[in-house]
Design a binder for this molecule. Sequence first.
Ligand SMILES: Nc1ncnc2c1ncn2[C@@H]1O[C@H](COP(=O)(O)OP(=O)(O)OP(=O)(O)O)[C@@H](O)[C@H]1O
Ligand SMILES: O=C(O)[C@H](O)CO
Length: 523
Amino acid sequence: MAAALQVLPCLVRAPFRQLIWGAPMARLASGVALAEHAQQLFESAVGAVQPGPMLQKALSLDPDGRTLKVRDRSFQLRQNLYLVGFGKAVLGMAAAAEELLGQHLVQGVISVPKGIRAAMECAGKQEMLLKPHSRVQVFEGAENNLPDHDALRAALAIQQLAEGLTADDLLLVLISGGGSALLPAPIPPITLEEKQMLTKLLAAHGATIQELNTMRKALSQLKGGGLAQAAYPAQVVSLILSDVVGDPVEVIASGPTVASAHNVQDCLHILNRYGLRAALPRSVKTVLSRADSDPRGPHTCGHVLNVIIGSNMLALAEAQKQAELLGYRAMVLSTAIQGDVKSVAQFYGLLARVAGARLISSTAGASVEEDAKLHELAAEFQLPDLKLEEVLEAVAEARGPVCLLAGGEPTVQLHGSGKGGRNQELALRVGAELGRWPLGPIDVLFLSGGTDGQDGPTEAAGAWVMPELTIQAAAEGLDVATFLDHNDSYTFFCRLQGGAHLLYTGPTGTNVMDTHLLFLRPQ
Ligand SMILES: Nc1ncnc2c1ncn2[C@@H]1O[C@H](COP(=O)(O)OP(=O)(O)OP(=O)(O)O)[C@@H](O)[C@H]1O
Ligand SMILES: O=C(O)[C@H](O)CO
């Protein structure tokens, strides 16, 4: 996520019906229908991963009202239950926990994105809000998804609560994506500003979330098991909504309740990889130099139960179901799309071409080389769950409209100073790829959207494109390559047809990475 969650006007849908393209009316109508379906499916994906229902599935109270059940484990409640949380989906998780636990909850502290309560109120999402006299104290912070002084205050309050617990207590920890920025507790003498600077630098160089969080864990008091350590000897139950490919509990929000398996050498490798070792502040060097000789030793987390309560997979499964209801043959390609946004865009461009050719049984479509290149790219991504061949075979048999779904989080290396996000940049790059070759008698649409509703430091969740994009842009005097050079995808989409290709949801109150939808429909 990105910009402070602003209170968007309550209705901010892209005005699909206002599209005026140079295409014949029938073509226009079918394009608009695809775009409407795309938006509908994106919304259904987000709807399936609302924090409240996912928490309710993981937690229950026994009929006696004194035993808390978390999956197959039971915990006795006797005025000993505390709650902390941090992340973009945590407000809704906390509201659901409060509803369920009522008087059992003694005290809580959560750290959530700036403006989220106002945004949820504006969106009429009462179920995401805490009760008026809640026992849970709320801190809002981390503007632009960067650790700030408000988030630092929240982290201190959370640390204090955890440190005050005894062996009789139970601490419920609510964790979701964005949690790293919302729980900053730099190890002295590192300052918040230094940590912010390093995080920004690593992200701008295209560091993966695994790399970013390995660094964060080494420089923080609460990450990498630090929070669990602070709460010891209380029992700790962490309920985690995953926004990382493969749901690794040690990476999500930098694993505050998971012992870190990384050492200083891992950090130095990362810094070397991005040429950032020389740029390190002295304080960071100091902390790294003494990390492996920390007298407290590595954090132990035997008193912790970590439970994943939801992920991108649920969102895609719902969108797939809805796509089938709309008449598409729908297939999930992967829930683990990662890699540089340029390669990912090339992959989707080739996929549209290869799958499109198979759909209309066209021998004039994709060449053998393109087919080979698609598979080569797929192999490079090393995605554990990619079903490329299976999906292509199913497309060849489909004979009707097809919707391919994927989830994940590509990375963008920032070279320009423009405004954008990885979803809008991916969509713009895919649009450019789709326009490179004629695709035959087939309608194609690609949408990329962040399930948190905010893509980079912009107010949009993402964007959708069709093969006509480059031509439409040129007609409006917009050069796609120039906008891409400046990482200026948001400005581009704002200007193109008055912003009609932007996906606006406002903050969704959840966060399970990004959703990619590729529609192929024979004309
Ligand atoms: N101008 C831009 N163009 C393209 N991508 C950008 C631009 N500015 C920032 N980004 C990308 O946006 C991402 C940060 O966005 P955001 O804060 O939404 O991330 P996030 O992954 O949703 O956060 P989290 O994982 O903590 O929930 C980074 O990957 C960054 O490279
Ligand atoms: O907060 C974070 O670290 C990212 O969102 C990944 O979970």
